[in-house]
Design a protein around this ligand. Structure first.
Ligand code: NAD
Ligand code: UGA
Length: 485
């Protein structure tokens, strides 16, 4: 038999199914993502490792460190079968032939690029540990969100391995959103895999293909994949800042931002998603990823491009500040010694995550004005709220004045339900759109509050008309308030 193969084309190496997967970083991405892979691929052992022993202990308990609807069931389906959580990072690397890096990549706080560039210290440490502990061939997968061309640095570090190990590096950014992570992982819009070796790409494609249709798995070069992640977050955040910018105009003109959003969102070129005006976007990623993009643009001399994207973050800061200022102005220019009931502290509903939550900044501003805050969030602990508020008062040196420490200690109370929070309040401030806030008996809330009973709905989730009929004075985002008298 004669072969038709073109001798000038390098024969394609066969793709392998990984025999063992390890993921470094058991956070909001590493934990849920690996739990889903383990659930869908029962024959592949998946080890999730983290230096934070307390976090690992919680992954091994019934009290998972991440609250996500449906996550407990996914974890329980695989944990102990082919899903394992451990703090023995080196052993897990040695045993695996595919290693995901899913560690945090926060904004740098000191040194070159402080306040903008991503801190890649943890990613670099992972690459060094992998280089030290590896033998044979390993596929290293960047799951963390990284600046474009990070894979170059990762490859150079891996090449320093003294054991003669070889590596392929892939970029496989994660697009899940918190609060909907399980569904996002189960039915993603797409999975993105960037790389140079088609065999390595195929190996990872085969993992995802176990439950995701092949046409939803996009493959690109490494740099397109890295850059697409930053770009996706920048576009999403830009939409929120755009509608929030319009909300300011609505408030002074009598237009209603939700009506405007609906009117523009029905244009199929614009689409209805991500047009909900709010008190400002939060979360660990939007701001850090845009600042990272800004830093990259500046690094490459693209100052106009950098300024364009930076405005998305500035608009978000403006939106948060505008909201706290509006509360103070509306309440006769002082909230000093007034009780303000804060409903919601997480950065969005259905998560216990408070990173960069708009609530932190609104509460900080109100505390500076001397307000007494009574805070309720269904999923965020008292310790987390206290710690976030304390940190919000850190100065450039990371120090917190005694006055601010006392403010947090004396003026912040955390309670376990919304009625308790509103008892004796001068104002009710909704900062997270938890479903339960829309089901409150507002007549009961009204009877417990001082008059005028102010409501500031930072998420436009309450029925403003019904509340006004009860007697509340309601201020929403992107709606002008007209006094009836
Ligand atoms: P996270 O802070 O929740 O988790 C990161 C974990 O990595 C921590 O538990 C930390 O202890 C661990 N870690 C750090 N260095 C380590 C090391 N050398 N060895 C072992 N463990 C180490 O972060 P996250 O929210 O899961 O985000 C991880 C990455 O994914 C970030 O780059 C983020 O931008 C990206 N991302 C996050 C989300 C999200 O919804 N949170 C979504 C998409 C992408
Ligand atoms: C976001 C992206 O949606 C994910 O695709 C991405 O993977 C992730 O960032 C990441 O890289 O970390 P997440 O931050 O978890 O996910 O949640 P979003 O639903 O995007 O909400 C972000 C913030 O924007 C929240 O504070 C939310 O309340 C706010 N938001 C969102 C609005 O104010 N209005 C909207 O219309 C949508």
């Amino acid at each position: 038999m004669t072969s038709n193969a073109d001798p000038t084309v390098e024969p394609k190496k066969p793709a392998l199914i990984p025999t063992k997967i390890c993921c470094i970083g058991a956070g909001y991405v590493g934990g849920p993502t690996m739990a889903m892979i383990a659930k869908q691929c029962p024959e592949i052992p998946v080890m999730v490792v983290d230096l934070n022993q307390a976090r690992i202990d919680r992954w091994n308990s019934d009290n998972l460190p991440v609250y996500e609807p449906g996550l407990q069931e996914v974890v329980e389906a695989a944990r102990g079968r082919n899903l394992f959580f451990s703090s023995d990072v080196e052993s897990a690397i040695r045993q695996s032939n595919m290693i995901f890096i899913s560690v945090n990549t926060p904004t740098k706080t000191t040194g070159v690029g402080a306040g903008r560039a991503a801190n890649l210290e943890f990613v670099e440490k992972c690459a060094r540990t992998i280089a030290q502990c590896s033998e044979g061939h390993k596929i290293v997968v960047e799951k963390s969100t990284l600046p474009v061309r990070t894979a170059e640095a990762v490859k150079r570090i891996l090449r320093s391995s003294s054991s003669g190990a070889s590596f392929d590096v892939l970029s496989n950014p994660e697009f899940l959103a918190e609060g909907t992570a399980v569904n996002d992982l189960l039915n993603p819009d797409r999975v993105l895999i960037g790389g140079e070796s088609s065999a390595a790409i195929d190996t990872l494609v085969r993992v995802y293909q176990r439950w995701i249709p092949r046409d939803k798995i996009l493959t690109t070069n490494l740099w397109s994949s890295e850059l697409s992640k930053l770009t996706a977050n920048a576009f999403l955040a830009q939409r929120v800042s755009s509608i929030n910018a319009i909300s300011a105009l609505c408030e002074v003109t009598g237009a209603d931002v939700d009506e405007v959003a609906k009117a523009i969102g029905t244009d199929s070129r614009i689409g209805p998603k991500f047009l909900k005006a709010s008190v400002g976007f939060g979360g660990s990623c939007f701001q850090k990823d845009i600042l990272n993009l800004v830093y990259l643009c500046e690094h490459f001399g693209l100052s106009e491009v950098a300024a364009y994207w930076e405005q998305v973050v500035r608009m978000n800061d403006y939106q948060k500040k505008r909201f706290s200022t509006r509360i103070v102005r509306t309440m006769f220019h002082t909230v000093s010694d007034k009780q303000i009931s804060v409903l919601g502290f997480a950065f969005k509903k259905d998560t216990n995550d408070t990173r960069e939550s708009a609530a932190i900044y609104i509460c900080r501003d109100l505390l500076e004005e001397g307000a007494r805050l009574v805070i309720y969030d269904p999923r965020v602990s008292k310790d987390q709220i206290q710690s976030d508020l304390l940190k919000s008062f850190q100065d450039a040196k990371g120090e917190i004045s005694n006055r601010h420490k006392q403010l947090v200690e004396n003026n912040v109370t955390t309670v376990s339900d919304a009625y308790q929070a509103s008892d004796g309040a001068h104002a009710l401030v909704v900062l997270t759109e938890w479903d339960e806030f829309t089901k409150l008996d507002m007549q009961r809330v009204y009877l417990q509050m001082h008059r005028p009973a102010f409501v500031f709905d930072g998420r436009n989730v309450l029925n403003a008309k019904a509340l006004s009929e009860i007697g509340f004075e309601v201020h929403g985002i992107g709606r002008s308030y007209r006094h009836s008298n």
